[in-house]
Design a protein around this ligand. Structure first.
Ligand code: FAD
Length: 245
């Protein structure tokens, strides 16, 4: 797939978790991508800018069969995000892509284990939405770590997917549930070797995918290797530029 530049109109903005917004962009007719890939979003003539500029990379959260291209981000106080949030519907935004090789392995007999913290969920959401459409029989596991349920984007959609796809195991976990107003009865604490062993039939065999800020990715890779997983069975996507999720 060759990366190309497009202009696409903003169609919808939706709050999907605390301070977290999904942006729905019209999908150019000749834009094709694989689940897990990302694109560069550029603001055209923004009202303000800062030293970090007007371009950000975002994993595509929608599936290839979906009507829109969806990107999701935490709404922090930067010029780019202030402008993005204030952008009226129907405004043109420049896109470049698709980019990246963070895509699912070919052998469907090998399970895939996804490790996401916070917005690291975006490339996996695309893969999972695609798996639902394709009715893939591959075993897919998603360990999804957030501070509390209010932070966890797409939690209810993921729970619905779990009900629809018997090959999808969803293990959400919260690290700061004591600060939440919502009840929580599933896993708590960070994803570690112990939690993996509890939910996976065997640790060696699956291909592991980790997405999120570089520090989180490095920490999870170290944890996986310490748990006995082959370094070559771990694929990562670093959200460079992101300090926290
Ligand atoms: C391949 C790839 C895929 C990516 N995919 C995504 C994606 O799907 N979604 C996404 O959002 N980003 C993604 N990114 C990262 C994205 O490109 C931006 O770097 C990121 O969103 C940071 O945006 P920002 O520069 O506006 O700063 P932000 O990190 O949003 O904001 C920085 C400001 O917020 C403050 N801040 C930091 N942490 C907190 C906190 N916890 N609470 C309050 N304030 C805080 C900082 O002090 C600073 O002032 C991806 C990057 C790559 C390379």
């Amino acid at each position: 797939m060759i990366a190309t530049t497009y202009k696409a109109r903003l169609q919808k903005k939706e709050l999907v978790a605390e301070n977290t917004m999904a942006f729905y962009l019209e999908k150019p007719v000749d834009f094709f991508f694989k689940p897990g890939q990302y694109l560069d979003v550029s603001l055209i003539d923004p009202a303000e800018t800062d030293e970090d500029g007007n371009i950000r990379s975002f994993s595509i959260a929608s599936g290839p069969a979906d009507k829109y291209l969806v990107v999701v981000t935490r709404m922090r106080d930067t010029a780019f995000k202030r402008v993005m949030e204030a952008t009226p519907l129907n405004t043109e935004i420049a896109l470049e892509g698709p980019f990246g090789y963070f895509t699912l392995h070919y052998n469907p007999m090998k399970p895939a284990v996804f490790l996401a913290a916070g917005l690291g969920i975006t490339p996996f959401l695309s893969m999972l939405r695609h798996a639902v459409v394709q009715k893939r029989f591959q075993q897919l596991y998603l360990f999804y770590e957030n501070r509390h349920p209010e932070d966890a984007a797409f939690l209810s959609e993921l729970l619905e997917m779990k009900a629809l796809n018997p090959n999808f195991r969803f293990i959400p976990t919260m690290t700061g549930v004591e600060h939440s107003k919502q009840p929580w009865s599933e896993e708590t604490g960070t994803v570690d070797g112990h939690m993996l062993s509890k939910h996976l039939t065997r640790l060696r065999g699956p291909i592991y995918y980790v997405a999120g800020p570089p520090a989180m990715v490095a920490q999870k890779r170290k944890m996986l290797v310490a748990a006995g997983i082959d370094f070559d069975d771990v694929t990562t996507e670093e959200f460079v530029g992101y300090l926290d999720v």
